[in-house]
Design a protein. Structure first.
Length: 157
């Protein structure tokens, strides 16, 4: 009995940089679910931000948890756009600095901020991602309030 023919993973022929760029493009598109095709089933994701305010961040393990994270962002923002400000790739590691523009569902206001991502890719799939952004700045934009002013008023009490 012969073994069924296996189709090679088309992404395995892509460079790590190409895999990451394709995943980023899909995440910020209307077809975000397709981005998860670029992630390993057991992907290791950590988003460094307070999960009390950004529940989609924190430690995520596996494609299902990353899918839930991406889905939660798309539920709050109606449109997404990104600009690549910097990218560096060496072997299976890729670092990307993005400027994100997200349109809030509630009132169509635009939230924009920089986010740094560090990826590891193996066999055409993202196996690790680390993400950083200025959560204080993003929280101010999402809440539409100057948190420094709020904190200063509390200190005066």
């Amino acid at each position: 009995m012969t073994e069924p023919s296996r189709q090679p993973n088309a992404r395995a022929a892509m460079s790590a940089k190409e895999v990451v760029l394709a995943a980023i493009a899909m995440i910020h598109s209307e077809n975000a679910a397709q981005a998860l095709d670029y992630y390993h089933d057991d992907v290791d994701f950590i988003g460094y931000a307070p999960v009390e305010f950004f529940p989609q961040m924190g430690v995520r393990r596996g494609k299902a948890e990353v899918t839930a994270s991406v889905t939660s962002v798309h539920e709050r923002f109606s449109k997404m756009r990104h600009e690549i400000e910097f990218i560096a790739a060496e072997g299976d590691e890729v670092a990307v600095m993005l400027r994100l523009h997200l349109q809030k569902q509630a009132n169509d206001r635009i939230v924009q901020f920089q986010v740094a991502n560090f990826f590891k890719v193996r066999d055409g799939l993202i196996v690790q991602q680390r993400q950083f952004f200025d959560s204080f700045d993003v929280l101010q934009q999402v809440l539409e309030v100057d948190l420094a002013d709020v904190l200063a008023k509390q200190q005066r009490r």
